[in-house]
Design a protein around this ligand. Structure first.
Ligand code: HEC
Length: 118
């Protein structure tokens, strides 16, 4: 390699790797709502298929902020957040499952009814 080629390689390599990084994260950045709907059957007993909790310990997920759901599921999986039920549930979820489930629950339309105290 002559010095020009070496210089070109020094410039091109980081640019290429950053393009690959962006492409890689884009590949599973977007959740698929339809796939998430199917996968949400795993969550139905506690969070409801409609995202309204069915048990007193579980929170509602309908209309929840997508990034927040992703962050919580990742935290459970990494052991940064712990819960007897959720810590077990998330073990089987792939990064794509997490994206799909978050997209699905976030896409459930939420309407607010009577606000107390008004
Ligand atoms: C056996 C019951 C059960 C099942 C099944 C279950 N969860 Fe949960 N989930 C819980 C409980 C209980 C909590 C509250 C955890 C806590 O108190 O920290 C929770 C919390 C969460 C949270 C955090 C919500 C918040 O407001 O911070 C998310 C997100 C979540 N669950 C998603 C899911 C998804 C997605 C599935 C299906 C793959 C699922 N859960 C299956 C019981 C369940």
């Amino acid at each position: 390699m002559n010095s020009m080629q070496l210089m070109a390689a020094r410039i091109v390599a980081p640019v290429l790797s950053s393009i690959l990084l962006v492409a890689g994260s884009a590949a599973h950045a977007a959740g698929n709502v339809k796939a998430g709907h199917e996968k949400a059957r795993m969550c139905e007993n506690c969070h409801g298929l409609d995202g309204r909790s069915k048990v007193p310990e579980a929170p509602n997920l309908a209309g929840q902020i997508e990034n927040y759901i992703v962050a919580q599921l990742r935290a459970f999986k990494a052991g940064e957040r712990k819960n007897e039920q959720m810590s077990v549930m998330v073990q089987a979820l792939s990064p794509q499952d997490i994206q799909d489930l978050a997209a699905y629950y976030a896409a459930i339309e939420l309407t607010v009814g009577k606000i107390p105290g008004q």
